[in-house]
Design a binder for this molecule. Structure first.
Ligand code: IMP
Length: 203
């Protein structure tokens, strides 16, 4: 079985990755298990660049293939923000240690008075997998939706309670339901295909 490091320290994402890659002959190891002390600055201007920076740093540090997802929320009425800054959105006001709840409140506040038809948004996920021989795989997935007027649901993580797709928020969906339409679900379907081909070629 190929050991593959998932470049995330987020437990919610790790669970999603394991669920989405189920069935492939790979053992998913978490970043915290192999190089918890390593930190990677997400200085890229795009989701793709940030995914590469994380996967490449872990692959170099461990000598194992690694894959990373960089994702974020792009809101049309906020000119595409938070975008690549989704994880640290509003830090200048809320401080670096702000919670997801505080960030969602800030988004809702900044969108006060904006009607439903102008609350369109999308979650984007870019996945990059790098191998010790220098080979890389790149995949992307997008989920279109809108920002609600309030939070709903207790599931998921991050901005799930304010992002609505198909009539309910991501936080109101089961894991399987979210995977079937989510940005990461779509990117992972593409990644699973690419990885299977890569594995078949390397045997
Ligand atoms: P990163 O890709 O780990 O840097 O995460 C970027 C930010 O997007 C974090 O604040 C996440 O909470 C948020 N995010 C990414 N994917 C999702 C999702 O599926 N639901 C809710 N928030 C998400």
């Amino acid at each position: 079985m190929l050991k593959l490091v998932a470049a995330t320290k987020n437990k919610g994402k790790l669970e999603e990755f394991r669920r989405l890659l189920d069935g492939l002959p790979v053992e998913i190891i978490s970043w915290s298990e192999v190089c918890a002390e390593l930190d990677v600055d997400e200085t890229g201007a795009t989701f793709e660049e940030n995914a590469f920076l994380k996967a490449d740093a872990i692959c170099r540090a461990t000598g194992l293939p690694a894959f990373a997802d960089d994702s974020g929320l792009c809101i049309d009425a906020l000119d595409g923000a938070p975008g690549v800054f989704t994880a640290r959105y509003g830090a200048e006001i809320l401080g670096a240690g702000a919670s997801d709840d505080e960030r969602m409140d800030l988004v809702l506040k900044r969108m006060e008075g904006i009607p439903k038809e102008r609350r369109t948004a999308r979650f984007v996920s870019a996945i990059c997998c790098t191998f010790p021989n220098g080979k890389t795989l790149q995949c992307r997935g997008v989920c279109e939706g809108h920002i609600g007027f309030s939070k709903a649901g207790n599931g998921g993580f991050g901005y799930d309670p304010i992002f609505y797709a198909g009539g309910k928020s991501f936080a109101e969906m089961s894991g399987e339901e979210k995977d079937s339409i989510s940005h990461r679900g779509k990117a992972m379907v593409n990644f699973k295909k690419e990885l299977s081909l890569f594995l078949a070629d390397s045997i």
